[in-house]
Design a protein around this ligand. Structure first.
Ligand SMILES: Nc1ncnc2c1ncn2[C@@H]1O[C@H](COP(=O)(O)OP(=O)(O)OP(=O)(O)O)[C@@H](O)[C@H]1O
Ligand SMILES: [Mg+2]
Length: 247
């Protein structure tokens, strides 16, 4: 599904965070957002998910305006938000238990536990898992939602380099098979290049699109040093010097 963000304005206090932010994500497209810490990346996802409301502007899915929690989005926030009183299996199957067929949801989850490095932890409590395992569980819960658009806020930030690579590979393959529209917030330039069709670089506050990069198939390889050279340098140069600015 196509996502459109048009002239969004939003502020927490006096200083505006956005004064007319616009961008779109085509149906099935994978777009990453990079930008300085504190510029408002998580806030964009909170606005789309309906947790926050813009002062003005419009957000649309396939041309239809969205207000509040629309059900179009599977959202993985920056903190894992696992329910401590539910087991890992109960946590990851939450969406299926509420909206669909609980048995089917559990079967799908069981098949994915090993891939997510969680085999054997189905009945563990979130408090018994490491930070990286909790993050993988939160990502699995998001992946199991059937919503059309994935909103991912630094989903692999707490993972070790090997797990992160596995998760990125899995997300890349899922992108191809399911054709879901995806908006990813990350600080990892290599991750953005590997996964994205397009990368948006945000300025500091008030945040606007500083630059936009299209990623070619040739850039999207694990052979970072060779294939990504020019694009990677350009992204580094673009981000360096951008600051969030005063709040
Ligand atoms: N609930 C809140 N109340 C007041 N200010 C907030 C609130 N949440 C975020 N902010 C402020 O809004 C700004 C943008 O926050 P946001 O979390 O969107 O940034 P971000 O780009 O995701 O940063 P990071 O890369 O560090 O995750 C920050 O200055 C932050 O302090
Ligand atoms: Mg954030």
């Amino acid at each position: 599904m196509k996502l459109t963000v048009e002239r969004i304005a939003f502020r927490y206090g006096k200083e505006p965070l956005f004064k007319g932010l616009s961008f779109d994500v085509a149906a099935g497209e994978f777009v990453s957002i990079l930008g300085p810490s504190g510029c408002g990346k998580s806030t964009i996802l909170n606005l789309l998910a309906g947790i926050l409301t813009p002062e003005s502007g419009e957000m649309r899915v396939d041309g239809a305006p969205i207000h509040g929690m629309s059900g179009h989005f599977a959202y993985m926030p920056q903190n894992d938000l696992l329910f401590p009183w539910k087991t890992i299996m109960q946590n990851v199957c939450l969406h299926g238990r509420i909206h669909g067929d609980p048995k089917a949801a559990q079967a799908r989850a069981e098949a994915l536990f090993p891939l997510f490095g969680l085999a054997g932890y189905e009945n563990a409590w979130p408090g018994d898992l490491s930070g990286g395992m909790r993050q993988r569980a939160a990502f699995l819960r998001t992946a199991l939602c059937d919503a059309d658009i994935l909103l991912l806020d630094e989903p692999f930030g707490a993972l070790d380099v090997i797990s992160r690579g596995d998760m990125q590979d899995w997300l890349a393959s899922m992108k191809q098979h399911l054709g879901r529209t995806c908006l990813l917030v990350t600080h990892d330039i290599d991750e953005a290049i590997y996964l994205s069709d397009r990368i948006l670089v945000l300025t500091g506050r008030p945040a606007a699109i500083h630059r936009e990069y299209r990623v070619t198939e040739a850039n999207r390889t694990r052979d970072w040093l060779y294939a990504q050279g020019a694009l990677r340098h350009s992204l580094h140069d673009s981000i360096r010097g951008l600051e969030a600015g005063p709040c």
